[in-house]
Ligand binder design. Structure first.
Ligand code: ADP
Ligand code: ZN
Ligand code: ZN
Length: 760
């Protein structure tokens, strides 16, 4: 194998000892470098320093030989010895960074992450860097190029580019903006702008110039509303101790002004010369918040999310790194952004499960953010209208301090919530007469409505009435979803995609029908029943095109939409001023799931979407359709009181010894061979059981996943549970090396998930 291997990153069973552990930040002048290399192995690799020049610093990138390849690695530690004889170690080929690229505290965070999530350090240290940095490109702020119109371009006659519409569009845009446009702005104007611009430049009608670094403060700050008493109290509490690690849970109903609290605290932190990290759960939420922060604080905001291309990502990363951006606002992975001087972290919608990465390196950005705040000794604000039970538990334990904003700001009041008992109600496409009446009434008042159903597509089932055939996914234990608009059947689990068949593959008749409803069907029904209403659908299908979500939201804002139909994409963040009615079509999804978190997520989702109603001056109303109106979750929903639900749920979690009262980890295996998964999981269970014998650990017997087959693979898992976190980690440290050595481990795709969110 690789001769460079020496130390293991994690202490191994039997061999592990304290002094073998890597110490981050120990700067002894020494001959051995411990290096994180981007490979999926849970270990670091030892190298000798390059033959010439200084010893590469901790946190600097280097190029190393690895097997037959050359890889970019990161120096994680200096050591004075190696388990491998020094003369067998290879030397670093090249030092890429003269000085550390990553700060000591960021290195420490990544180190903690690799250990806590038991993940390959190379994938943590390098995987969380922008692609260009990871590949060894110089870490510099890229020159921002600007394209301008030239003298001869300006003199051009309108008709000159009649045959090249793209060039003409660009030239028109450049004429209107004599200061020039950058790549991002041009991309917004036309997708294939680069080729067209090249032609324009070749003909001498446009020119390219480089603009130096952007000026730090961009605009003048525009003051916000004066804060109310609750907001002031929250701001004063937080700003009272900005110099140390404090965890705040800002629990405020939707529209209570949480964002104003963040902004006020941020302005004080920025005034003290520090930077702020703001984490949001979804890309869709970034643009509105970025604009709000920019206008209110007049600062540079670096945005980080998966919608950026590689150079945009590098640009944001460098802006944060050099301290040119006072605020970094991003989704999950932004928790690993570099900072010159971080002074505050804000996690908005902290309960949202998209903070948890569901594959590969399975970290939880909110939890990592808390560790980061502790390491940096700074405050962190977790905000939510429906906090996670984990966070509420921490409040009970006096680890977090709760700040409450119980009322909506200004004249807005909490919406009135009513249940519609569907057991005695004839429904048309899942919509009750009461719901139609309410929609009609709202239309008459020229107020906006939102119809929520968390199921996209036309219908969840496609069925033959003659023989009972239900269109199955060929690769999953799941049904195909009908997408009428595109005339396809699709699997929402594996992406399988096929045309809607004209005849039943089982009996040959054409008696095929979609059963049930998704957002597409709702949209269709509403358009038929309310022909005068302007209806828009918002889900992942209708917003695939870049910018289409923002375009639709603008239309809503301009009052060009009467009824919005959509999935949970509608539930969050957006402030709809004229929206007064929210209809929840099917509240029962999640009531009887075997996932113990399902009711929590259901209540959070319904409260979030309900919170969209009545945010302006007019009162709001929420209608919830259910077949189980007596279920306890509806008490909380009717009273609009999340804590009513949370208290009950926490009580149940304690009785069942589930998180947050216990800690979980799950070992999952999947393979195309059912036998291999079964064997692997059975063997893993045996060895796990043996280790666990002496510990306070519960190992569930191997469980077949609810959806046994997914994307052609059979899936099984083992759940580990302990009331003591250190015990759980100690067990995993002993168990993982055994798993790695099992012959079947190479035939089965397996992974470990610490604090899993998605359980079955
Ligand atoms: P949240 O983040 O809790 O949903 P926001 O901070 O977005 O709430 O505030 C909701 C709305 O109320 C926004 O339009 C905001 O500008 C406004 N607002 C916030 N605080 C106040 C205040 N003290 N007085 C008047 N309006 C306010
Ligand atoms: Zn049939
Ligand atoms: Zn599938």
């Amino acid at each position: 194998m690789f001769h460079v291997c020496s130390d293991t990153f994690f202490p191994r069973a039997g061999k592990g000892s304290e002094n073998e552990r890597v110490k981050v930040g120990a700067m002894t002048p020494s001959p051995v470098l411990r290096v994180a290399v981007p490979v999926p192995l849970r270990r670091l690799f030892d190298y000798l320093p390059p033959s010439r020049g200084d010893i590469p610093a901790i946190g600097a990138r280097i190029r190393v030989p690895f097997g037959r390849r050359q890889l970019v690695g990161l120096v994680v530690a200096h050591a004075d010895s190696s388990a491998i004889p020094l003369k067998q170690l290879k030397a670093v080929l090249e030092a890429i960074d003269k000085r550390p690229l990553l700060s000591e505290s960021l290195m420490k965070l990544m180190h903690w992450s690799a250990r806590y999530y038991h993940h390959a350090p190379g994938e943590v240290f390098l995987g969380m860097l922008p692609a260009f940095v990871r590949r060894g490109r110089p870490a510099e702020i890229s020159r921002q190029c600007i394209w301008r119109i030239s003298e001869s371009g300006r003199a051009l006659n309108e008709d000159a580019l009649r045959r090249a519409p793209l060039q003409r569009t660009l030239l028109q845009a450049l004429t209107q903006t004599p200061a020039g446009l950058n790549a991002a702005q041009l991309a917004d104007i036309a997708k294939g702008w680069r080729a067209a611009m090249k032609s324009l430049m070749q003909r001498g009608w446009a020119e390219e110039t480089a603009r130096a670094e952007e000026s730090p403060a961009t605009t003048e700050a525009i003051p916000g509303p004066g804060l109310n008493d609750d907001q002031l109290q929250a701001v004063n509490a937080i700003t009272g101790s900005l110099e140390c690690f404090r965890r705040w849970l800002l629990f405020g109903v939707t529209g209570s002004g949480k964002t104003e609290v963040y902004i006020e605290v941020m302005s004080q932190v920025i005034a003290a010369g520090k930077q702020v990290l703001v984490l949001v759960p979804e890309i869709g939420l970034t643009s509105q918040l970025v604009n709000r922060v920019k206008t209110r604080l007049g600062v540079t905001v670096a945005v980080m999310h998966s919608g950026l291309n590689d150079s945009e990502r590098l640009h944001s990363w460098m802006q944060a790194h050099k301290g040119m951006a006072q605020v970094v606002l991003g989704t999950r992975s932004a928790v690993y952004a570099p900072f010159r001087s971080l002074g505050l972290i804000v996690v908005d919608e902290e309960h949202d499960s998209s903070f948890k990465q569901q594959d590969g390196f399975r970290y939880h950005a909110r939890d990592v953010a808390i560790v980061r705040a502790r390491d940096e000794n700074i405050p962190i604000i977790l905000g939510s209208a429906t906090p996670s039970l984990e966070s509420l538990y921490q409040v009970k334990q006096c680890n977090y301090q709760m700040l409450q904003l119980p009322n909506r700001t200004g004249r807005a009041r909490a919406p009135k919530v009513e249940l519609i008992d569907m057991r005695r109600t004839p429904a048309d496409s899942g919509l009750s007469p009461q719901l139609f009446d309410a929609l009609k009434a709202n239309l008459g008042k020229e107020e906006q409505s939102l119809v929520f159903l968390n199921r996209r597509g036309y219908a969840p089932v496609y069925m033959c009435y003659r023989c009972g055939w239900l269109a199955p996914c060929p690769r999953c234990d799941a049904r195909l979803i009908v997408h009428q608009g595109s005339r396809r059947l699709r699997c929402h689990h594996c992406g399988a995609d096929q045309p809607i068949p004209g005849a039943c593959p089982q009996c040959g008749t054409e008696d095929l029908h979609p059963i049930g409803e998704g957002t597409e069907k709702l949209e269709e029904t509403l358009k038929q029943r309310l022909p005068n209403a302007r209806i828009a659908r918002i889900d992942r299908d209708s917003t695939r095109r870049k910018g289409s979500f923002d375009d639709l939201m603008n239309k809503v804002e301009q009052g060009e939409i009467d009824i919005l139909v959509g999935t949970q994409m509608l539930a969050k963040g957006h402030d709809y001023h004229d929206l007064t009615l929210v209809a929840v079509v099917n509240a029962d999804q999640g009531l009887f799931s075997i996932d113990f978190r399902a009711p929590e997520h259901m209540v959070q989702q319904i409260m979030q979407v309900s919170g969209r109603a009545g945010r302006g001056d007019k009162p709001g109303k929420v209608l919830i359709q259910t077949w189980h109106p007596e279920h306890v979750v509806f008490d909380a929903l009717k009273q609009n009181n999340y804590l009513v639900f949370a208290d009950k749920a926490l009580f149940e979690r304690r009785a069942a010894q589930l998180p947050p009262y216990a800690h979980l980890a799950s070992l999952r295996g999947e393979a195309t061979s059912k036998h291999n998964v079964q064997e692997f999981i059975a063997q893993a269970y045996q060895s796990g059981k043996q280790i666990g014998d002496t510990m306070q650990i519960e190992l569930s017997a191997p469980i077949t996943s609810v959806m046994e087959k997914r994307a052609g693979r059979f899936r099984m898992q083992i759940l580990l549970q302990s009331s003591k976190r250190p015990e759980l980690h100690r067990h995993l440290e002993l168990w993982l090396p055994l798993l790695e050595e099992m012959p079947l481990a190479k035939k089965v795709r397996w992974s470990l998930d610490v604090d899993p969110m998605d359980l079955y």
